[in-house]
Design a protein around this ligand. Structure first.
Ligand code: PNS
Length: 160
């Protein structure tokens, strides 16, 4: 059974994230969405909330499990017998950071691969930071986040 990890901060989850998770779920037996619980990083949604939002947005995908993690992703992957980390690549600008993470994870866990899925053209500009900025400034985020979690995300971000 091939288990892979879709890792990220997901603060909050976007349609781009869900697209990558959905596509990965068709390629592998089991997907573990690993949500970074980093006490040092300022986030709008705590880890529990981020996990719940992704669970809601991926409820129709039976082979997807969502959990938070802290510590090294390479260790988390080994603990869950994952063969690879799946990451979405939006643009060339993502590449340097992704390449550095992939090489670090390979060094830490030589058995672990990193697989990149290119984003869909229509999601290329979408990121959690853009969602936060647009919502906080009163803009429409309905095409940026999954419909089932839109109101929850908007209500929280508008209050911040
Ligand atoms: O959505 P993001 O913020 O680009 O995701 C980054 C994430 C969570 C995948 C990355 O920061 C991570 O794996 N953090 C865990 C700590 C770790 O393993 N660091 C070494 C490899 S970079």
């Amino acid at each position: 059974m091939k288990t892979v990890i879709c890792s990220g901060s997901f603060d909050p989850v976007t349609v781009g994230h869900v697209d990558i998770i959905t596509r990965a779920s068709k390629m592998f037996d089991k997907i573990i969405v690993a949500v970074l619980n980093n006490m040092n990083k300022r986030v709008c949604f705590n880890a529990e909330e981020r996990v719940r939002l992704i669970e809601k947005a991926t409820a129709e995908l039976p082979n997807v499990e969502v959990t938070s993690f802290d510590g090294l992703l390479a260790d988390f992957a080994a603990q869950h017998n994952a063969t690879a980390i799946v990451r979405g690549l939006r643009a060339l600008s993502d590449f340097e950071y992704e390449f550095q993470m992939a090489l670090t994870n390979k060094k830490l866990n030589p058995e672990l691969e990193t697989i990149f899925l290119t984003t869909r053209l229509e999601y290329m500009f979408i990121s959690s930071s853009i969602v936060k900025q647009v919502a906080q400034l009163g803009g429409d985020i309905s095409s940026f986040v999954p419909e089932c979690v839109h109101d929850e995300i908007l209500n929280r971000l508008r209050k911040d």
